[in-house]
Design a protein around this ligand. Structure first.
Ligand SMILES: C[S@@+](CC[C@H](N)C(=O)[O-])C[C@H]1O[C@@H](n2cnc3c(N)ncnc32)[C@H](O)[C@@H]1O
Length: 220
């Protein structure tokens, strides 16, 4: 069997391609292969679509999705450099040129070129700290959880009409009101939700022109 078929056969097979310290974290931190296969065509129903996995880890979602939908492009952004290197090596070894990996904080990346986004609860580690730590490579801070969840909501609110968002275990907040839930599939240990942007972002409320002060403010 080729490396590609073997690695993406099931979760245990994929884990064999990871270093030992990640194998023991895999079932909690990385998307199950069956979920990735189910989600990939929901996010990229037409050829040529681009999907961003926000917080890609060692690439499990993007690699399984890229094999499932070869006509789409799956890009994973990840701020732990060593995980990006593992993901890039696997993409080469499994001959999946439509799986790409970027080393960056997700919020330093331009999201405007993507048709769809995948989120596997990527910021939970910040909130739960050592109980859910993937490794010691980053400092954890519950305040970052709030910052990142709000930043996702802003990016999604700015995205174009038709943008698709899939979550497994959510991302920490509701999608903006301009999104409608198109699917809610019970699978594995939770639900896969698919959201589609169907309404434009509401226009900001018009500001009333400030009237000039009628009297000088009092100075104590
Ligand atoms: C729960 S894992 C999910 C991995 C992958 N998406 C999957 O489903 O198999 C979340 C990953 O997101 C990364 N991450 C969290 N916040 C990030 C951010 N702001 N920018 C880039 N990566 C981030 C973490 O380092 C971790 O590897």
């Amino acid at each position: 069997m080729s490396d590609r078929l073997a690695a993406l056969d099931d979760d245990d097979a994929f884990d064999d391609y990871l270093p030992r310290n990640l194998q023991v974290k895999s079932s909690v931190h990385f998307t199950p292969i069956a979920i990735a296969r189910h989600v990939a065509p929901l996010l990229a129903p037409k050829p040529g679509m681009s999907v961003l996995d926000v917080g890609a880890g060692p690439g499990k979602f993007c690699l399984a999705a890229a094999a499932q939908v070869p006509g789409a492009r799956f890009v994973g952004v990840e701020f732990r450099r060593h995980l990006v290197e593992i993901a890039r090596n696997l993409a080469r070894r499994l001959q999946l040129p439509n799986a790409e990996f970027v080393h960056a904080n997700a919020f330093d990346l331009d999201w405007s070129g993507y048709d769809a986004f995948y989120l596997y609860n990527p910021f939970a580690e910040q909130l739960y700290g050592n109980a859910l730590r993937l490794d010691q490579a980053i400092d954890l801070d519950p305040a970052s959880y709030v910052t990142y969840v709000s930043a996702v909501r802003r990016r999604l609110a700015d995205a174009r009409l038709g943008t698709r968002v899939a979550t497994y275990h959510g991302f920490g907040g509701p999608p903006p009101e301009s999104y409608e839930r198109a699917r809610d599939d019970s699978m594995g240990s939770d639900r896969i939700e698919l959201w589609i942007k169907t309404r434009p972002r509401p226009a900001p409320r018009a500001m009333r022109p400030a009237s000039p002060p009628t009297a000088a403010p009092e100075v104590a």
